[in-house]
Write a protein that binds this ligand. Structure first.
Ligand SMILES: Cc1cc2nc3c(=O)[nH]c(=O)nc-3n(C[C@H](O)[C@H](O)[C@H](O)COP(=O)(O)OP(=O)(O)OC[C@H]3O[C@@H](n4cnc5c(N)ncnc54)[C@H](O)[C@@H]3O)c2cc1C
Length: 145
């Protein structure tokens, strides 16, 4: 949720404008800070040439951000924060992956089972299948589709 980005005589850039995101895959903010500062500078330059620092003139800043990657990236990845802040993603799944890997590679004198079977056995009682599918959908929506 972005704050108001401009008003008469004022523009907000970088982190202060909420231009930062951690998607779990990308951690970005410096590029948004630089690009928004450039867009702000161009807006101020034009306002100075027109001698017009009204709210309407400053609102051109948002148009510039919509045209470059800043607002497009933030819109494309708007579902990422919900995905990244998921408690299971931070704690449960890493543990499950480690346990599955241990069970896959351990040789204990019994016949080997296929990896899918080992994964579902390890997962049993920890994450209901419905929850796993919902989290998978959330990850897809946040990063892939
Ligand atoms: C741990 C961590 C890792 C990160 N890793 C990455 C990364 O790998 N890649 C990436 O792109 N981004 C990364 N970021 C995000 C990135 O650092 C920020 O998005 C970026 O620095 C924002 O720039 P900014 O100029 O908007 O704000 P800032 O860099 O925070 O600059 C604001 C400045 O204003 C000063 N200030 C605050 N209040 C006042 C005041 N009242 N008077 C005067 N000065 C004031 C502050 O001291 C600060 O120097 C990371 C951030 C963190 C915290």
């Amino acid at each position: 949720m972005l704050p108001k980005l401009s008003r008469g005589g004022l523009l907000v850039v970088g982190d202060a404008a909420g231009f930062v995101f951690a998607t779990g895959l990308f951690l970005e903010g410096m590029n948004f800070a630089i690009a928004s500062a450039l867009a702000a500078a161009a807006t101020v330059q034009q306002a100075h040439a027109d001698a017009d620092f009204s709210a309407k003139s400053m609102a051109r800043y948002r148009k510039r951000l919509e045209a470059n990657f800043v607002l497009q990236d933030l819109k494309h990845f708007r579902h990422a924060p919900t995905f990244v802040n998921n408690e299971r993603l931070q704690n449960v799944y890493p543990e499950l992956i480690c346990q599955t890997a241990e069970n896959v590679f351990r040789s204990n004198g019994t016949p080997r089972r296929k990896i899918g079977r080992i994964f579902f056995d390890t997962m049993r009682g920890k994450v209901p299948l419905r929850t796993l599918l919902r989290d998978g959908w959330q990850a897809g929506r946040a990063l892939f589709f």
